[in-house]
Design a protein around this ligand. Sequence first.
Ligand code: Z5A
Length: 214
Amino acid sequence: MTRGKFITLEGIEGAGKSTAARLVAAWLQERGLKVRVTREPGGTPLAERVRQIVLERGEEAVSPVTETLLMFAARALHVQNLILPALAGGEWVVCDRFTDATRAYQGSGRGVDARLLSTLAAAVHGGLDPDCTLLFDLPVATGLARARQRPGSQVDRFEAETVAFFERVRAGYLTLARAEPQRFHVLDAAAPPAEVERAIGSALSGLVRQEVSA
Ligand code: Z5A
């Protein structure tokens, strides 16, 4: 059985990752691939419970390091119980956020030491890195305006953050993308949906070609 590929979607709030996850899945399925769509924090029953804890705005203080540990606790469950078995079974896993989100949000956004993040990443998913990461990049103001238009949802701990925080997160993502240009595809997420869809197709076609010629 050929191992599936691991595709991650990243970006600041309101960048369009959830919308893109559906498009990516449909694009891959049209090419005959088996696809599993998932998200972080979350993706398994226990990891979804950790998600609730980490997103909820409660009375008790949650330090940046605590937030980081909760993200990696959820990730450890997700990697072990969903991502690795799905890849081993030949499925292509499309994941809305992964460790780059921790580097951008907890690292660049909250100032958690990059060495701690590398140590935790190695412990939780050493040997597993995304084959391809689509970074949906857009101005912070545009992302926040889109997120605010979403009906009915309560404001979580991240949505309550400042514009300056999201600017640091965006800059952090762009730095990660510059450091690994083979893995990252930076897409203009402020473009009209049809253009974003075309950009997704061209970013993924190289990966699918490699698979066919392997
Ligand atoms: N977090 C973290 O800190 N550390 C970590 O390690 C991880 C996560 C894994 C929850 O993530 C929070 O966890 C997240 C970071 C933190 N908080 N923040 N910010 P999440 O991914 O579940 O939540 P999110 O980033 O807030 O997702 P989102 O707001 O749902 O955004 P999205 O998925 O990128 O956007 P969307 O729902 O697809 O689109 C938003 C709206 O824009 C929607 O109405 C669309 O119809 C519209 N849209 C989409 N594309 C377009 C285009 N091209 N034009 C116009 N309108 C569009």
